[in-house]
Design a protein around this ligand. Structure first.
Ligand code: ZN
Length: 157
């Protein structure tokens, strides 16, 4: 296959074993600041996906809560294929710590009583939300925490 500009376009999605947390890229700025970008995959590509209201709510919940656990977050954003999220952190390169931050954040989601900012002032599609759906996703992800560091099917066997 032709080498693509986008890192994940060079990933063979048929070979991965979701859920997982994968370092997808490192960018260094001219002043030495470093951004690590992680692929946080909830669902097995082309086999499963997250429904939009649940994905949208877990996006709001993770974006808001993860910042209580680290001040290094640049962005948390959903993948268009609805199978996961990208997490970008600045000047933070400890993979085990990323897993721990994610675990704490998903526990926050599990115990949330409302979706933050799901109204027409603070969100672009406030009608499309599901707290229950988001919590089911968090629950499922947390139940497989032991597998987050296994990225490829070949390593899972
Ligand atoms: Zn929104």
């Amino acid at each position: 296959m032709k080498k693509m500009n986008v890192e994940s376009f060079n990933l063979d999605h048929t070979k991965v074993a979701a859920p997982f947390v994968r370092l997808a890229g490192i960018k260094e700025g001219q002043n030495g600041d470093v951004i690590h970008k992680y692929d946080i995959r909830f669902k097995q590509p082309n086999k499963e996906h997250m429904e939009m209201p649940a994905l949208h709510s877990i996006e709001h919940l993770m974006a808001e809560n993860i910042r209580n656990h680290t001040d290094k977050v640049v962005d948390v954003s959903p993948m268009g294929c609805q199978t996961g999220f990208y997490l970008s952190l600045i000047n933070h390169d400890n993979y085990e710590d990323v897993l721990s931050i994610l675990e704490k954040t998903l526990n926050d989601v599990k115990h949330a009583t409302e979706v933050p900012a799901c109204n027409e002032v603070q969100c672009g599609w406030a009608a499309s939300h599901s707290l229950e759906g988001a919590q089911a996703l968090a629950e499922e992800m947390l139940s497989k925490k032991d597998e987050w560091n296994i990225i490829y099917q070949a390593d899972a066997e």
